[in-house]
Design a protein around this ligand. Structure first.
Ligand SMILES: NC(=O)c1ccc[n+]([C@@H]2O[C@H](COP(=O)([O-])OP(=O)(O)OC[C@H]3O[C@@H](n4cnc5c(N)ncnc54)[C@H](OP(=O)(O)O)[C@@H]3O)[C@@H](O)[C@H]2O)c1
Length: 254
């Protein structure tokens, strides 16, 4: 009947976004921006309690939030986040592949389990998430020409790094994979951007906060603002990457 919505249409959000690694730091800040911009959110992270706390905070701010705990190192967990998102909202307009982990070590002391974990979470999961998200993103791209994939890389991905060699290699691969995604999906109304920040004040940089005062670090909200900018540019304007540095810092090193 015209004017009457069936059950599926009633459940369908106007715009949907999925953010991994959204229980703290950069992912949480980007989720907040997307909530402010009217997106129904799926947020994911590894530890359920911390994730639920973050999700509760976002709901208090008035946003619609589905929280899906997942270990990004497990393929079936990654697949499940996307299935839960589709089930709840039926559409995906913005995918933020943000979960990441950095474990420093001199090369001679690299532990295989730390190598595997960084490859799995920083790179493999981002590739799997892109695969899982693309069908819904293609639908959104066909509808309005401005779906987004935002991948959190790092300034460490812009140049090799002593001690953080694996982390830097995964982040360089993230930048490259983002470019490939753009080549494959750009003409389908999906824009792909890699974010490459230097030190941001989050739990991840606690190890260095003795040397660099936390208040002098990039703010997590700065990355949220960058995503807001990406939402507002025209469908004709592709931004392949955004590098964030602190004042006076080089372009390829944290
Ligand atoms: N902070 C910086 O200076 C900086 C600079 C450049 C790039 N980055 C990148 O920014 C992204 C976010 O980091 P952040 O600085 O915001 O750090 P953070 O506050 O520690 O956030 C990391 C997020 O990723 C999640 N995560 C980690 N391992 C996971 C796993 N195996 N499965 C599922 N979720 C997992 C964490 O959840 P749990 O806590 O539950 O594990 C958390 O939600 C990462 O990709 C990082 O490499 C950070």
């Amino acid at each position: 009947m015209p004017g009457v919505l069936d059950e599926k249409e009633m459940e369908m959000a106007e715009r949907g976004a999925l953010v991994t690694g959204a229980s703290s730091g950069i992912g949480l800040a980007i989720a907040r921006t997307l909530g402010e911009e009217g997106y129904a959110l799926t947020v994911s992270a590894r530890r359920p309690e911390k994730l639920e706390q973050a999700a509760a905070g976002l709901r208090e701010e008035g946003f619609e939030v589905e929280a899906v705990p997942a270990n990004m190192a497990e393929e079936d967990h990654v697949v499940a986040i996307f299935a839960a998102h589709r089930e709840r909202y039926g559409r995906l307009d913005v995918l933020v592949n943000n979960a990441g982990v950095g474990i420093g070590a001199p090369m001679e002391e690299i532990q295989t389990k730390h190598l595997d974990m960084q490859l799995a979470v920083n790179l493999r999961a981002l590739i799997l998430g892109t695969r899982e998200g693309l069908p819904m993103l293609r639908e959104a791209g066909a509808e309005h020409g401005k779906a987004l994939i935002v991948n959190t890389a790092s300034i460490a991905g812009k140049g090799g790094q002593a001690w953080l060699s694996i982390y830097a290699a995964t982040k360089a691969a993230v930048i490259n994979f983002t470019q490939s995604t753009h080549r494959e999906a750009g003409n389908a109304g999906i824009q792909c951007t890699a974010l490459a920040p230097g030190f941001v004040e989050t739990p991840m940089t606690e190890f260095v906060q003795g040397q660099i005062p936390p208040e002098e670090m990039i703010r997590p909200g700065d990355l949220g603002e960058a995503v807001r900018f990406l939402l507002r540019t025209s469908r004709n304007c592709h931004v392949p990457e955004i590098v964030f540095t602190r004042p006076g810092e080089g372009l390829d090193t944290p």
